[in-house]
Design a protein around this ligand. Structure first.
Ligand code: FUB
Length: 497
């Protein structure tokens, strides 16, 4: 064997595979070769690190397939230059008790002993718990590792340690206080827990406490301290038409609260990031070289999706005129878009409404004209009438600020039941278009109703500022199925563009 290969064997995989990235905007890793999720930023000296998971779900697979953690590293955010270290750690390589494939959210913090501690959500290989997710802690001398289990007795938190709980134990976040006291917070599905750890960073030292006060908490807590106040950022999903967080329950906003001490009392303070393009949202914030940043993930990379997410970073600013200082809404930024192929579709310029408002909170009216059709859509990727008590007739409507001349429409139905069904969501039995001209006028066209492809309706040009698609639901006997539309395009007549 030559010397070069012998030498390479001793070098951690992350170092061998590192790559320099130029990221002119978000997401940081954008070309779809590596996805990245659940960002957890931290600063060591002159360097900003972002720990991330890695989504590896194939297209169309709706599951978090996450085999490893990775690092994104920069010394200057404004330079757009990052170094990417894939595979800095894998659950089963660190924790003998952990299974592979679920390297969920983690956080790296520097302990008072100068070493780095990785708190990680993984699943246990063997457990009698109903839910095998658990939180382990690993230690390393550098952020790149090598990481080894800092608590070889097993997870520090699960459904059976240090006490019995019934929650899913993921998404840890850590606070190390100025006096060296260590607190861990974690949780999902609306359950947030907190606990003090001993100064060794691994031994549970206080009771597990339920943390109230953070309105709409869903998951992904992130604790930090600024000027004596504790801030808890989190993914919230209290959904509804009047929610300041999200209209659709599967989406999440990033909200936050404040407290005078880590265990509370916590006071809800508002939303700082509206829902992103992935159903999950996940915050991590940090001060670096005089500026604050929010890291989060989206589905915006090439080939991205709800299970193929990518980390983004934007500036976070404060209103110091009030006490405690408020976090200002974060403006999400993106890379300059590639030049778009010319299109006749003018749906994106319209405002959508529907007959079934308020729309059932699992669906999303804005999915109609967002330009996205997913291979395995989730409920917020569509508008639908499905509630279990489904209406026989329904409609969706576009309104443009100015009259438009149109001569066609393309509609993509979603169905989980065949045509003619009276349950679930089925292709409509019939549908047609109507335009507004001092009253609704039916448009004569051929209207197909398959849910496997875009159905195209062509017609002689009409000029209007309102267009409706009117649906008659599929039914069997007295049972009525729901109707769902993933995307509805409206085509401007060539001469009117
Ligand atoms: O990445 C898997 C899970 O999705 C995380 O643990 C949650 O916070 C959500 O982002």
């Amino acid at each position: 064997m030559n010397r070069l290969l012998l030498g390479a064997a001793a070098i951690p995989a992350a170092l061998l595979a590192q790559q320099d990235i130029v990221a002119p905007g978000n997401p940081i890793l954008a070309d779809g070769r590596y996805y990245s999720a659940d960002p957890a930023p931290f600063v060591d000296g002159e360097t900003l690190y972002i720990l991330t998971g890695r989504d590896e779900a194939p297209v169309g697979v709706n599951d978090f397939i996450m085999n490893e953690w990775q690092l994104l590293v920069t010394t200057d955010v404004a330079s757009d230059r990052w170094r990417h270290y894939p595979a800095i750690a894998k659950p089963e390589a660190i924790f003998v008790w952990a299974d592979r494939g679920r390297a969920y959210a983690g956080q790296i913090v520097k302990g008072t002993d100068g070493r780095f501690y990785l708190y990680a959500s993984v699943v246990e290989k063997k457990s009698n718990a109903d839910d095998r997710f658990a939180i382990g802690v690993a230690v390393a001398d550098t952020p790149l590792g090598p990481w080894r289990d800092a608590h070889p007795a097993g997870p520090i938190i699960s459904q059976v340690v240090p006490v019995t709980n019934r929650i899913q134990n993921i998404d840890p976040t850590i606070s190390i206080d100025d006096d060296g006291r260590v607190f861990i917070f974690w949780g999902t599905f609306g359950r947030l827990r907190g606990m003090e750890l001993a100064r060794d960073m691994t031994t549970p030292a206080g009771p597990e406490t339920t943390i109230p006060g953070l309105t709409g908490f869903f998951e992904a807590p992130w604790i930090m301290k600024r000027r004596g106040t504790y801030y808890m950022l989190y993914a919230g999903n209290d959904a509804g038409p009047h929610s300041d967080c999200t209209p659709a329950i599967y989406h999440a906003c990033i909200a936050y609260g404040t407290a005078p001490s880590p265990l509370g009392p916590w006071t809800y303070r508002g939303v700082i990031l509206k829902p992103v393009s992935s159903t999950t949202s996940h915050p991590g914030a940090v001060e670096f070289k005089g500026h604050w940043y929010l890291a989060y993930h989206t589905a915006d990379a090439v080939g991205g999706g709800h299970f193929r997410r990518s980390v983004a970073i934007d500036r976070l600013a404060w209103n110091d005129d009030i006490t405690p200082a408020a976090i200002l809404p974060v403006l999400p930024t993106k890379r300059p878009p590639p030049s778009l192929a010319p299109t006749r579709n003018i749906a994106g310029a319209a405002t959508a409404s529907a007959s079934d408002e308020p729309i059932p909170v699992q669906f999303w009216i804005k999915a109609l004209n967002d330009g996205i059709v997913r291979q395995s859509p989730l409920p917020p990727d569509m508008w639908s009438t499905w509630t279990g008590r489904n209406p026989p007739q329904s409609w969706v409507e576009y309104r443009w600020p100015q009259p438009v001349t149109i001569d066609g429409a393309r509609i993509r139905f979603f169905a989980d039941q065949p045509a003619g069904s009276g349950i679930g969501i089925a292709p409509p039995a019939a549908w047609h278009l109507e335009y507004w001209a001092k009253g609704w006028k039916r448009i004569a066209a051929r209207y197909g109703n398959a849910a496997t492809h875009f159905e195209v309706a062509r017609f002689p040009g009409v000029t209007t500022n309102r267009l409706r698609a009117v649906f008659g639901a599929s039914r069997r006997g007295n049972d009525i199925a729901g109707v769902a539309v993933e995307e509805w395009e409206v085509l401007a007549a060539p001469s009117s563009r």
